[in-house]
Design a protein around this ligand. Sequence first.
Ligand SMILES: Nc1ncnc2c1ncn2[C@@H]1O[C@H](COP(=O)(O)OP(=O)(O)OP(=O)(O)O)[C@@H](O)[C@H]1O
Length: 335
Amino acid sequence: MSLRVESAHKTFRAHSGARVVALDGVDVTAADDELLVVVGPSGSGKSTLLRAVAGLETLDAGRVVIGDRDVTGVPAARRDVAMVFQEGALFPHLSVAANIGIGERARGGRRRDVDVRVREVAGALGVEHLLRRMPGELSGGERQRVALARVLVRAPAVCLLDEPLASVDAELRLRMRGEIRAVQRSLGVPMVHVTHDQFEAMAMGDRVAVMDGGRVLQCDRPEMVYDRPATTAVARIVGPLPMNLLPAAVGVVVGIRPERVRLRVGEEDEGGAGRIGSVISVEPAGEECLVRVLADGELLARLPWPAAPKVGERVSVAWRPEDEHHFDAATGRRR
Ligand SMILES: Nc1ncnc2c1ncn2[C@@H]1O[C@H](COP(=O)(O)OP(=O)(O)OP(=O)(O)O)[C@@H](O)[C@H]1O
């Protein structure tokens, strides 16, 4: 069953009386077996969008449609939407196995069938060895995986994940994103996944919705939002590092990804798009380093670590013309 959110508006009134626009006309869809990733800065409306789909937040205007059923006025419990939060909540007095199987059992599933399915999903998410433990005996990351297993053990109409991997270590995250993808495909349900992890967004999403200020700025395949950002805001939000945005000709802003910037020490401008600058900081990042250069404004370059220039050195800054993105300076839109 597909998910459709149409013209969703939501304004909160803070204690101070101030109005906060959390959703400002959001349209998104997720097809039957599609995984839609939502990215955006803190406060951009991602959780509000998920909570509105789940029925935990009522919209001021707009609709939520699941399959051909308009669920806008339907209470959360009757939407058949499963949601995993940043801190997956478990029933403390039930074992891990019982926690994972509780929904299926409540729905009248036979114990034997439910046990088999619980074991399958627990295996896929690497928590099979924890099935007999109690939630209080788990680490944060383990609890999170159990909460995920509980959602994935049955096929809800829609599955929502709000940063479920935030407290999981890097190696496990890498494995789990593949597992989540596989389980989701086998269930054939639309999944909406909020993450701050750019690699996760690129790796997992069939499409990525980029949000800012309660709006969806662009919604497209991961390679499109990365290679052809629709606006300067998208260019700053998507990618492991924000895109450098440099004023160029009148009315034009040139965008260049830090990983596409080339620096040469002690040489003059190579010509073309280059400029001269001086290094203001060098930050090691494993095999690579991040170099900040002052050259008609500040610019970030990601370079292989051995190639790092030193702080204070003069460098020529260059990039290939085909790596440039051009935006309209007034509107921020891609030209
Ligand atoms: N119950 C509430 N009362 C008042 N304001 C709220 C409430 N919930 C959310 N907001 C505000 O609405 C805006 C959107 O919040 P939301 O939680 O959807 O953002 P987010 O993109 O999920 O952020 P984060 O990445 O930090 O989780 C924010 O400005 C937030 O402060």
